[in-house]
Design a binder for this molecule. Structure first.
Ligand code: ADP
Length: 172
């Protein structure tokens, strides 16, 4: 994993302030906004965002859809629908990996040079944070190995949350 560490940055920030090519929202299946990071992104982007999202017909769990970013400083928003944690026997791990995988595929297909992830599913959706960090990093590293050249930012909302990723980077 060390080989690619110059391409991965762990930051503590409000994701709505990041000037990157795309931020990844932890959305819900309606794509019409919600609480947490989703609410913050919709508030900062302005009402045009929900208008575009309303044309998309929702999104399945584990999938992603991309929109413009409107009043946000980033260029695009990738809306990823993470799984709700129901104990781990409902394909939660695969579905979370699929969110990261699909978001990075969108980044590759659209030549995005930087992508910032929120910690999908680890808020209200209750995914265990250490395991979510491991899944996120494993999926990101798989894309870097396959040749993604961009910068990947993991945007934590608290200093405490960064520890899960740092631990994983030193132990995984
Ligand atoms: P989910 O429903 O997928 O669990 P949440 O929005 O509840 O999504 O939480 C996902 C993560 O986003 C949590 O780690 C939460 O602390 C974080 N978060 C909340 N607001 C912001 C924000 N403005 N910027 C970055 N991260 C945020």
């Amino acid at each position: 994993m060390e080989t690619y560490s110059n391409q991965i940055k762990i930051v503590v920030a409000d994701i709505t302030t990041l000037k990157v090519d795309a931020i990844v929202n932890a959305a819900n299946r309606s794509l019409l906004g919600g609480g947490g990071v989703d609410g913050a992104i919709h508030r900062a982007a302005g009402p045009e965002l929900v208008r575009e999202c309303a044309t998309l017909g929702g999104c399945e769990t584990g999938q992603c859809k991309m929109t413009d970013a409107y009043r946000l400083p980033c260029k695009k928003v990738i809306h990823a629908v993470g799984p709700v944690w129901h104990g781990g026997s409902h394909q939660e791990r695969q579905l979370l990996a699929s969110c990261y995988d699909n978001a990075l595929k969108l980044a590759e297909d659209n030549q995005l040079e930087s992508i910032a992830f929120s910690c999908i599913s680890t808020g209200v959706y209750g995914f265990p944070k250490a395991e979510a960090a491991r899944i996120a990093l494993q999926t990101i590293f798989a894309h870097l190995r396959d040749g993604y050249q961009g910068q990947v930012i993991i945007c934590c909302f608290s200093e405490e949350d960064t520890e899960y990723y740092k631990d994983c980077l030193s132990n995984c």
